[in-house]
Design a protein around this ligand. Structure first.
Ligand code: NDP
Length: 299
């Protein structure tokens, strides 16, 4: 069997096109332009690339984009004051503080100081609580992207057995909650899990969010299962000396021989993350203004 490749690039382009349509509607019918503010503290090169891409794509879908670059030694007080100002700014509907933050800043405190309705990353404790109790919330972007692709591939997820490998707050746990909400039977596996290969083999859906290059091989995957590979790992290129390549947490060559459908790395989950950030900003804008939410862009 050779798996169907779930094309995240194409899927993300489609999500962005839907977002752009809603942005036009909000502007024309209500005179509102959704606005996203991204805060970057310090000069982490990877974070700078992410923030640049976020800003570029925000503008491409017609939204208002604001970037706040703060020095690495910014005080907590100054950062909280900026968040306070954005919390009450009527032109801003989404606020994202790029993680990780420099060590002297308390990440939990900073994230929880963003008002939950503008928390487009879905990391505020209120949003985490609402997601886990099945209430309407802002949903973390990467798991939301995975859910969209799974719903598109399967239609209904009800009754399917899903194994989520990884229990982080930003991917594993919210992913498990979303799948549970769609009535999957969910197992969360982690570094202490026994018989992990066997658990994965029995699953209709495997979501890999581990951060270990190509750990999940084809013999872990049940015939015809759907594999969503969240992992992004930079490894030395096997053929080009001094170069690197990106691989997922799944060994694509072997897993794609067994799976029914699989996301590649790169070009799978990765492009969906920013697309879902834009979708969340439009959703936040609609909710803040008491307008109907865009269908298909929320969980
Ligand atoms: P974390 O390091 O926060 O969590 C990794 C999880 O994997 C932990 O729960 C850990 O278990 C588990 N784990 C580690 N080793 C094993 C093992 N041998 N067997 C089973 N479980 C194991 O990572 P993140 O959730 O932040 O990210 C996971 C991956 O996804 C990374 O590659 C990251 O780069 C990528 N990522 C991609 C995004 C995208 O946009 N596509 C966005 C975010 C992340 P334990 O809790 O027991 O330690």
């Amino acid at each position: 069997m050779t798996a169907k490749i779930i094309d995240g690039k194409e899927f993300a382009a489609n999500v962005r096109a839907q977002v752009a349509t809603h942005v036009v509607r909000l502007k024309e019918e209500h005179g509102i332009t959704p606005g996203l503010a991204v805060i970057l503290v310090g000069e982490d090169p990877a974070s700078e690339v992410y923030v640049r891409n976020k800003g570029k794509q925000t503008v491409e879908v017609g939204m208002h984009s604001v970037e706040h670059k703060l020095d690495a030694d910014t005080t907590e007080e100054a950062l909280l004051a900026l968040i306070d100002q954005l919390n009450t700014d009527p032109a801003i509907h989404g606020i994202l503080c790029q993680l990780p933050l420099p060590k002297h800043l308390n990440e939990e405190l900073v994230i929880n100081s963003i008002v939950p309705e503008k928390d487009v990353d879905g990391f505020h404790i209120s949003n985490v609580g609402m997601l886990s109790t099945g209430q309407k919330s802002m949903v973390p972007c990467t798991p939301l992207g995975c859910l969209m692709m799974l719903r598109d591939h399967h239609g209904s997820l009800s009754g399917l057995n899903a194994v989520v490998v990884g229990r982080s707050n930003i991917v594993g746990k919210p992913m498990a909650n979303l799948l549970l909400r769609d009535s999957c039977t969910v197992t969360i596996a982690h570094s202490r899990t026994k018989n992990i290969e066997e658990l994965c083999r029995g699953a209709d859906i495997v979501v890999a969010a581990v951060g270990r290059p190509e750990m999940i091989t084809g013999d872990w995957i049940g015939k015809g299962a759907t594999v969503i590979d969240v992992g992004i790992n930079r490894i030395p290129h096997p053929e080009k000396e001094g170069k690197h390549k990106l691989v997922g947490d799944v060994h694509f060559a072997s897993a794609s021989q067994v799976a029914g459908a699989i996301t590649p790395v790169p070009g799978g989950v990765g492009p969906m993350t920013i697309a879902c950030l834009l979708a969340n900003t439009v959703t936040a804008c609609c909710r803040i203004n008491g307008l109907a939410e865009p269908e298909g862009l929320t969980a």
